[in-house]
Write a new protein. Structure first.
Length: 68
């Protein structure tokens, strides 16, 4: 099962760098009300606009994935 969490959307901050952080373990527990968490199979970072029939541009840098 694939789940998506949107960290930014809309026109605010266009042309500016933004830091984004996510705690996927806490998110999973909160959104699914589960304590038994399955092993993650992957992480995807994407820029998408096909559902809004618009244009989107993304630039990503300095990724870190850390264990709790």
């Amino acid at each position: 099962m694939t789940q998506v969490r949107v960290l930014r959307s809309g026109q605010a901050g266009i042309g500016e760098w933004a830091d984004a952080r996510a705690n996927v373990l806490e998110d999973y527990r909160r959104y699914f009300n589960e304590t038994d968490v399955p092993k993650a199979e992957g992480i995807a970072v994407l820029t998408d606009s096909d559902d809004t029939q618009s244009v989107a541009i993304g630039d990503y840098a300095s990724f870190r994935v850390c264990r709790e």
